[in-house]
Design a protein around this ligand. Sequence first.
Ligand code: PMP
Length: 361
Amino acid sequence: MPRPYNFSAGPATLPEAVLQQAQAEFLDRRAAGASVLELSHRGPEFMQVAEEAEADLRTLLSIPDDYAVLFLQGGATTQQALIPLNFADPGQAADYVLTGHWGATALKQAEPYVMAHIAADTSVDGYRDLPARDEWTLSGDAAYVHYTANETIHGVEFRDIPDVGDVPLIGDFSSSIAAEPLDVSRFGVIYAGAQKNLGPVGITVVIVRRDLLGRAGQPRAPILDYRAHDRAGSMLNTPPTFNWYLAGLVFKWMLAEGGVAEFARRNARKAAVLYEAIDGSGGFYRNTVAVDARSRMNVVFSLHDDGLDARFLAEAKEAGLISLKGHRVLGGMRASIYNAMPEAGALALAGFMGDFCKRNG
Ligand code: PMP
């Protein structure tokens, strides 16, 4: 029996080859005599895992040498609080661009520590479009500008890196990192929880331009200090070793599949097939995001009659298509199609949607 296609938004589907490798190595990895779960993070076996993971991620994302790469705990949300603590002086302004639920979350996490300034906000229109760059009101003296590259719930994605001049740009790439080639040098900080495109939940990648680590920031304990994590090689305390290892396997898998350029091509095709299924349904399915702002990673849609939702989900499950229920904030459906979702999965969903529409339209 093949496994169903899993459209979960995160934790999300992982490459089957990676799961199989982890399973094969679970009890005894490479004759270490123990599972990765049981080995010291400071032992030679795990040190090698950690070093390879960083090197592979640097290769995958073409991360310049003047950027530190941290593997941390606490998810993306914790980084949203650590960012102002590490990069803004007490009371300094920081600009936030709100294009969905997660941008608003980032603002909430930062508010205790900075003079948070909303530079743009599309909530009045239900977060269905991106604010034009020339309509943003930047503070001028801001410590940084924060935006969300891909809004996982609202299905809205920036396709270009916004130009904010010399102010460091901080991007939440939790749900779109490694989905396409990215010019890291345009950013002060890129951060991402791993549980969508990079691997399992429980580990978060923070890519930070080294000069920013020289900022004083605000009084904080070492465990909240990116500099301390950097100096300790992300092992200031016991890191989530298994999650780090699993993410490392995903990095190797992505490199072997052709890297981010190849995933960009696949992701474009997957998204196109699903948006065609929606737009070509004569109104049976709807996506109300402005076409240029539509996410390639999270395709949100609703059925014209939400009385059909339960049947859609039940029949999809029967057809081997799971986790399509939309986020409770929006309702409806959401198909998350990260790197590990095969093109056949998107095609199968589009086929099912067409068939369901015919039978119920
Ligand atoms: N930012 C984005 C874009 C997300 O999608 C999520 C999680 N879905 C978060 C932040 C929060 O991440 P975490 O649960 O890892 O704290």
